[in-house]
Design a protein around this ligand. Structure first.
Ligand code: FAD
Length: 382
């Protein structure tokens, strides 16, 4: 039996119906809710190493080659199978640890990420340090076998659900700013960590203020060398910006209209102006997917360098265009609120449209991506 037939049969017979099509992908960990079927799907995939198919089996993966991974993603898309688990552990920290972690760190953290046991959050931004991230002030004092951490992070997505954090801290304030930063991992479940969710106008709290008051990180959880964390931090951002997460999710995570629906709306719609917008979005999405796929193939499955800023910038633009288009197609039903006559899918669509605006800020703003593309990809002068 060919690999494609085998993996297709496995996916089709093991994925519960409720884990197919547009919908939530759980973040795993110990604090967030999960349905029984989501748990079943996660456990089945983890047992086969299919939550992180391209990682080695000793780290919880399936040891798939790049070609096998691509075939699996194609079959997931075709069967509308969603990823069993998502999050910063799989998409950002995991690939970074594979590159910079010691063998002991990899064996301790990666299998737990693969099994969806730990929800990770990202402690980068601070109240005075966003785009100029290297100016961060959170201090870590080396106490021999551990660090003592004091300071504040902000916009920490999912910190209220997180079990662990990967965090940028200043370990030397007396050198140029990029040279005094370290990258450490530590538990969020300790007395020195306080999380305060930031309540948004929508009532949701997707991100938090996170305070460290003598929080402890084990020396064993310093990634790379002390004061060399900036290189690790930049690499992690490239994984974040690459969009590999959306590739790895089988393309079915976004709420709202999926590609087949958009295609049939194109055929049905009599308004030529709307037809043109639908067609443009379909073509642009296809081009983006093909370019991402080609990049994965050319880079031997590894995330490329500064060119990931192109995916980040263009992916954010496309997603915003798509949700604007959805709202135009839905008319007034696309602008829902809880007190009006709106279905839950209409409300989800409205929230997706509103949340889409943040995509040009999260993970580095559009302007910062354009700077990186100009300097690092095109080699233009400062
Ligand atoms: C939905 C969402 C989730 C997030 N999740 C996390 C998270 O989990 N962890 C985390 O650490 N952070 C997170 N962030 C924070 C995010 O990384 C920062 O918001 C982002 O880096 C921008 O920083 P800032 O908000 O301080 O804006 P600023 O840096 O103050 O920028 C303000 C404006 O100035 C522009 N600007 C700044 N510098 C330049 C320049 N050199 N050239 C041109 N224009 C410039 C920016 O583009 C922007 O328009 C999240 C943000 C969002 C929106």
């Amino acid at each position: 039996m060919s690999f494609r037939t085998e993996i297709r049969e496995w996916l089709d017979s093991n994925c519960p119906d409720s884990c197919r099509g547009p919908g939530d992908v759980p973040g795993g960990g110990t604090k967030a809710a999960m349905t029984d079927e989501q748990r079943l799907w996660l456990d089945r995939c983890a047992a086969e190493g299919l939550t992180v198919p391209n990682w080695e089996t000793k780290y919880g993966g399936a040891g798939f080659s790049k070609d096998q991974w691509v075939i699996m993603l194609e079959e997931m898309r075709d069967l509308h199978v969603r990823s069993p688990v998502s999050g910063m552990g799989i998409s950002m920290l995991g690939p970074t640890l594979l590159e910079f972690g010691t063998e002991e760190q990899k064996l301790r953290h990666l299998p737990r990420i693969a099994r969806g046991e730990v929800w990770w959050c990202q402690g980068y931004s601070e109240p005075g340090s966003g785009s100029d991230l290297a100016s961060l002030q959170t201090r870590a004092e080396n106490q021999g076998d551990h660090y003592v951490i004091n300071g504040q992070k902000i916009w920490t997505s999912g910190a209220n659900f997180a079990d662990w954090i990967f965090c940028l801290v200043r370990t030397n304030p007396d050198v140029p700013k990029h040279e005094g930063i370290s990258f450490v991992l530590f538990s969020m479940n300790q007395p020195g960590v306080t999380v305060r969710p930031i309540r948004l106008i929508s009532g949701a709290s997707p991100f938090c203020e996170t305070f460290f008051d003598n929080a402890i990180a084990d020396r064993d959880d310093l990634v790379s060398n002390e004061n060399e964390g900036w290189t690790v931090a930049k690499r992690l951002l490239q994984h974040e910006r690459s969009g590999m997460l959306s590739l790895a999710s089988g393309g079915n995570r976004e709420a709202g209209i999926d590609l087949p629906q958009l295609r049939s709306l194109y055929a049905e719609n009599a308004d030529p102006a709307l037809q043109q917008r639908i067609l443009k979005n379909l073509i642009d999405t296809e081009c983006m997917n093909l370019t991402q796929r080609r990049t994965v193939e050319e880079s031997e499955g590894n995330t490329p360098g500064p060119a990931t800023s192109i995916f980040k910038y263009y992916g954010a633009t496309l997603a915003k265009e798509r949700s604007e288009l959805q709202i135009s197609l839905m008319g007034t039903q696309g602008l829902g609120n809880e007190s009006g006559p709106y279905s839950s899918s209409e409300l989800t669509m409205t929230r997706t449209w509103l949340a889409g605006k943040a995509r040009s800020i999260a993970g580095g703003s559009n302007e910062v991506q354009l700077n990186i593309i100009a300097k690092r990809v095109l080699g233009l002068p400062d």
